[in-house]
Design a protein around this ligand. Structure first.
Ligand code: C5P
Length: 236
């Protein structure tokens, strides 16, 4: 079940497909975010799907329940494998998202929730959002709300995967960005860990961008992620 998702943070179809063309063996699970989706539209999803990749469509929906239900109904037709909403939209909104995403035959992509963005500090939560609870408490509460709404898991820092599982159960998915190799730069990420450590803490999926997309040999970097995270090899 554990897998590595490559964050395809490219701004055009050409750049994305040129990158994916390098993967001649195993077809990686890929994340398509707002930049690429807004630039290229649903066609980019169909194209990448046609090439045999699983897709996490990372659009982080957050609106009134009725609007989210209808938007999710459209996305369910795109045949992605995973998509997401903001838990801040409330349990009612998450339930509506799930309803909209569920196809007439009962199948649906995995639906996960963003708890607090990793760019939101406790200081900003308190000063701007008037949330006085600690960031850990907020994340666990938002994850519990997502579980209550029937969602499959949350996006969180790999360092938070353990407490999310403790609160919501081992089967509740932890999808974790913020991954760096032990011998690499952190870039702008703060709460980071290695693929191997993310495996040990309990992540189900790691989302890896620059350590693969900006590597001199992206396929080798992807394989290193697989070896550490999926197969637990310590000597990579
Ligand atoms: O390049 P890097 O490995 O930092 O990319 C991580 C990916 O995960 C990016 O697409 C980023 O937007 C996304 N992400 C994140 N932190 C979150 C949610 C999403 O880094 N809390």
């Amino acid at each position: 079940m554990k897998d590595v998702i490559i964050a395809c943070d490219f701004s055009s179809k050409e750049a994305t497909l040129e990158f994916l063309d390098k993967f001649t063996g195993r077809k990686p699970f890929v994340k398509i975010g707002m930049e690429l989706f807004y630039a290229e539209g649903p066609e980019i999803v169909r194209e990448i799907k046609k090439r045999g990749h699983k897709i996490f469509l990372d659009l982080k929906l957050h609106d009134i329940p009725n609007t989210v239900r209808k938007a999710m109904k459209v996305l369910s037709g795109l045949d992605v494998d995973m998509t997401n909403v903001h838990a801040a939209g409330t349990i009612e909104m998450m339930k509506a998202a799930l309803e909209g995403l569920t196809r007439p035959d009962g199948t649906r992509p995995l639906l996960i929730a963003v708890t607090q963005l990793t760019s939101t500090s406790e200081e900003r939560m308190r000063g701007e959002l008037l949330i006085n609870a600690g960031i850990g408490e907020t994340i666990v509460k938002y994850a519990s709300n997502a579980a209550e709404a029937g969602l499959d898991g949350v996006v969180c820092s790999p360092l938070e995967a353990g407490m999310v599982k403790e609160a919501c159960g081992a089967g509740f998915l932890a999808v974790t960005p913020g991954i760096r190799f032990a011998d690499a730069a952190a870039d702008d990420q703060v709460r980071i860990t290695t693929p191997l450590r993310a495996r040990e803490i309990g992540s189900d999926f790691i989302v890896v961008g620059r350590p693969i997309t900006a590597a001199a040999d992206p396929v080798a970097a992807y394989n290193r992620c697989l070896e550490e995270f999926v197969y637990g090899k310590t000597d990579c």
